[in-house]
Design a protein around this ligand. Structure first.
Ligand SMILES: [Zn+2]
Length: 340
């Protein structure tokens, strides 16, 4: 037995010094020290011994096993240290190396314009209502007092999805949704994308509108003027002037086009304002009594104001962009110039 132990001790120590990795260590353990390893096998030999010799031999084997376990643990700790050091070495980061530059993104000019407008209107107590881009004929046209034969309903102007569903051509449909779902009085702005079959330097098939809508008692055209004058001054400059010109929209009566004094020349006349000193920025009006009635409110009790502005047009004016496609082509060189 002693001889066998000595033999195995020599073998184990040789193999243990040769172990290089934790995988090899595991293999070694199974082969020699595990429950089916060579050291446990020694225990089986006990049966072959004379009964009187068994206790001493058993102790011998146990001591041997403990001794080998200690050797094993020492090597195990060594291997773990070595492997950790190697890992640190491998994953070392040179913090003096120049970093890869990441360019910060920037807000799109239309987003900047909307954010500014939202700020201005929030200050006047408006909330934001976001409608859906797919609208039905009723909300986009009928409820807005647009007759069946109105040219805006033409398939040449409107993207129809089905007979009844279409991509909204204006955010005004939001007015109807608001009147259907909100308790008056209320003041909302409704920003969003709208779609029309139209494409040239100043028109894009997709563009952005923002609708403003007020339902309250005794509001009038002069309230509208005050509101829009405040808007123009906040949006462009404190000395911007506004003027109303009579116009026509099916859903407002009276309807007006709103001009601001030219932001380029201040009203003296230049190329931007085509020498007139004025630039048209939005359409507005007092909500037509029919529209209010269509939504189940009493037009003798409730009055309304509505205005719709093209966010892209305002962005173009504000940032001096002369082609609407520059806003939507996604050309970084163009968009970078708006970064603040
Ligand atoms: Zn001008």
């Amino acid at each position: 037995m002693l001889q066998k132990i000595e033999e195995l001790r020599g073998q184990i120590r040789d193999r243990l010094t040769a172990v290089k990795s934790s995988d090899e260590l595991k293999e070694f353990f199974t082969k020699y020290l595990g429950s089916k390893g060579a050291v446990s096998d020694l225990m089986k030999e006990l049966g072959k011994l004379d009964k009187s010799e068994r206790p001493a031999a058993g102790k011998l084997i146990n001591d041997f096993k403990n001794e080998m376990m200690e050797d094993f643990k020492r090597v195990e700790a060594d291997v773990a240290n070595r492997e950790r050091a190697a890992k640190y070495e491998r994953e070392a980061v040179d913090i003096t190396m120049p970093a890869e530059m990441r360019e910060p993104g920037a807000l799109h000019p239309v987003t900047m314009v909307f954010n500014q407008l939202a700020d201005i209107f929030a200050g006047m107590g408006f909330t934001v209502y976001e409608g859906t881009e797919i609208e039905d004929d009723y909300h986009n046209f009928t409820a807005l007092n647009t007759p069946q034969d109105h040219p805006a309903r033409d398939k040449q102007d409107t993207f129809y999805i089905t007979e009844d569903l279409l991509l909204r051509t204006q955010t005004s449909g939001g007015q109807i949704h608001c009147m259907e779902t909100m308790e008056p009085p209320f003041k909302v702005i409704m920003p969003g994308r709208v779609f029309r079959c139209d494409d040239d330097a100043t028109h894009s098939p997709m563009f952005h509108q923002m609708e403003g809508f007020v339902i309250d008692k005794n509001v009038s055209l002069s309230d509208l003027h005050g509101l829009l004058d405040k808007l123009a001054k906040a949006m462009f400059s404190p000395d911007t002037k506004t003027r109303f010109r009579p116009s026509f929209f099916p859903f407002t009566e009276p309807s007006v086009e709103v001009d601001i004094s030219c932001c380029e020349c201040g009203g003296k006349g230049c190329r931007l304002c085509k020498g007139t000193g004025w630039i048209e920025i939005l359409g507005a009006g007092v909500v037509n009594r029919n529209v209010i009635r269509n939504c189940g409110l009493d037009p003798d009790e409730w009055t309304g104001l509505a205005f719709g502005a093209g966010l892209d047009r305002i962005a173009m004016l504000k940032y001096g962009v002369n082609n609407i496609h520059i806003l939507f082509d996604g050309d970084k060189r163009a968009l970078e110039q708006f970064r603040k």
